[in-house]
Design a protein around this ligand. Sequence first.
Ligand code: ADP
Ligand code: MG
Length: 339
Amino acid sequence: MDTDPILTLDGVTRRYGPREIVSGAGFTLHEGRIACLLGPSGCGKSTILRLIAGLEPLDEGAIRIRGETVSEPHRTLAPEQRGVGLVFQDNALFPHLDVSDNVGFGVRHLKSAARRELVQGLLARLHVDHLAKAWPHTLSGGEQQRVAIARALAREPVLLLLDEPFSGLDGHLRGQIRRSLIEDLRKVGATVLVVTHDPEEAMTIADDLILMADGEILQTGTPEECYDKPVSAVAARLLGEAILLPVAVANAIADTPFGPVPTPGLADGVATILLRPGDLRVSSQGAPATVLSARRFGRETVATVAFADTEFTIRTSTAKLSGGEAIRLEADCAALRIF
Ligand code: ADP
Ligand code: MG
């Protein structure tokens, strides 16, 4: 990437008493890109955001914003001096201020004409200008969130941090609200770090993905890289169901249960094959498996199968399956991920 990093975390460790909550975390964020920090609940995502925002000190490592060190042990630059906007899960608009005044709150030092222009511009860019005079409690969840983001953007942050921004939204509206908000943030050109525990959300919105579990950063990369070439079983499963099988490679050919697969560039020895649910088909040929349980959902059958020492879920709309049945599974060898 040719732009200077907006943010760098370098070996960041944070402890609460004897408990290490964040362990040696490192990643970088680049200008104008949308990154997602994905990990299960309790793994330390919000703590990382608070560390970046300067709301708490770190114990080891360093955080740099545009090359300037803003956190290191015993030195934490104040939040208002970092140019970082943080929008929490619960938005927390000021209830006694209308939408315009909420958005203008952080820029009260501006002359009133300049402030009004800035606020109106932001409300328009986030498509909530019709709500300028509304009170926070009259807004929907999605509207409150747009206003909270406009308020954070008013201070022209170098970096916008969003903590599980879509988790409070209704299921059927969520995808749509998410798509349009991300589109608007892209138009604004904001550099954004979105925290989520939802793999589908992360895969949908991220330019860059940061996978986290148990206080550690497991992997960074594009969503495709992380999905197709996870560094570990834990990383693979963060992005959805996966089985990882050992496979022997000799003379750049992997001997898979689905037949030989060329693996140019891979050293001889044991490699790993990654299978996702959509990769397998029930077929008259292929690798043997046993159906443990099966259930029909409309035209689709979802079955748990025992396969090569593991259990796995498959979906099929072509085969009728029942528990105990011996089946064969086939995979598209050209599409197999082996590393
Ligand atoms: P996430 O946002 O990924 O769900 P958090 O960063 O909120 O995770 O929390 C990570 C871990 O740190 C959790 O186990 C949580 O209980 C613990 N934790 C968070 N804040 C504090 C605190 N102020 N004191 C002690 N433990 C905390
Ligand atoms: Mg959290």
